[in-house]
Structures are given as C-alpha cells and as structure tokens.
Write a protein that binds this ligand. Sequence first.
Ligand SMILES: *Cc1c(COP(=O)(O)O)cnc(C)c1O
Length: 217
Amino acid sequence: MLQDNLRAVNEKIGGRARLVAVSKFNPPEIINEAIELGVTDIGESRVQELLEKYDALKPVRIHFIGHLQTNKVKALMGKVDLIQSVDSVHLAECIDKRAEEAGIVQDILLQINITREESKFGIFKEDVDEVAERVHQMKNIRVRGLMYIAPETDDPENVRPYFRQMKDIFDRLAPSFGKDFDILSMGMSSDYGVAIEEGATHVRVGTAIFGARDYSK
Ligand SMILES: *Cc1c(COP(=O)(O)O)cnc(C)c1O
C-alpha cells in the first residue's frame, strides 16, 4: 500500500518538484520503509515527536514544517536540514543565535500567510519584504525560499490564485537573495498538483502517502 501510494504520488509529480513525505504521526518503522522505497526527504511538525524518532531513522533529509517555539530551537540544531516554518524575525534571531553556538549555518524558509488566516501561522504579505530583509542579514541563517499552507478546500482550483500569488512574491524576492533562494514549498495531499503547476519546487505530502493520520495517539 505504501509502495502503491508512493508510486502514484511520484507519477503525478512527474519529476517536476521534490517530494517531502510528511511523516508526522508515523512510527520510525513505517518511515524507514518509505526511505527504503526511495523517499529522500521527510517532513515532521512537532519537535518532541521528531526527537523521539530521530535515532531510529535511516539516513534521510529532514524538514521541520510545524510551528516552532523559540525554546525548542536548540534541540533541532544539527538535526534538521531545512526549517520551513520561520514565521517571525524573533524566531529567526533565535535560530541565528543557536546556529552560531552549534557552529552551523541553518537553511530556512519563510512561511507566508497570504490569506491572513487566523488559524495559521506565517508572515503577512505586507510584512514579507521587511522580514526577508532583516533575516537576510543574519549570518548563521541561509534563506532558501518560501513556504505556504493553503486553506483547506474540496476543489484545489479554489487555491490556485494563492499559489500564484506565492510565486509572484517568490520571484520578487529572489533577486536580492541570489542563487541559494531556490525553494518554493507549497502543495499538500489535496492540492499538490495545482501547486506544482503554479511553480512549487517542493511539495509536502502526508496523507496521500501514509494514509489518514490517527490523531488519537
Ligand atoms: C501535515 C502537513 C502537511 C501534509 O498534509 P497532508 O494533507 O497529509 O498531505 C503538509 N504541510 C504541513 C505544514 C503539515 O503540517
């Protein structure tokens, strides 16, 4: 089943974007099975859960995609390849400091909340330029691009305009960051096809690969 799901998702992506398999709520055994089936990147959204599973995981690139509290940043240093969910200058400052202590440069994405959804984190469109400029100056952070979570919808066509806006913001910011600014992370199980059509370089797909998550655990 995992194998069939992965094949279907990879077929639909068709090499147009990088697949981040969102493995939250799944145990290391299942994640390792996915890695053996060719998954190169996984996404986790809770620090504690990631730390509990970390040692049992086969080698894989790890993306942190959940809301990150500053007091949890230190625990992630050296363990995650990309923090996709940087949503404030304050959090970036904290990552910059902890990365310096750890002697690393941390790759990050800025998470944008273009629809100003109350239920979601992320930088508002109006604030993106200022935040980007400030984070760009931090020595132990490398801004690799942007991340976006679209509103839930039955029809992915409904969120196409938001993906398009994200691509516009991405293209507008890219020149000031240079060639390292090359990641536009958008699209989940319900909408990654449309996200790729609108320029996503990375998609974050969980349910379509691992099945529905059991939140009771
Ligand atoms: C859980 C999660 C996903 C995956 O969602 P699915 O609908 O299961 O594909 C993607 N991005 C983020 C930020 C998530 O928290």
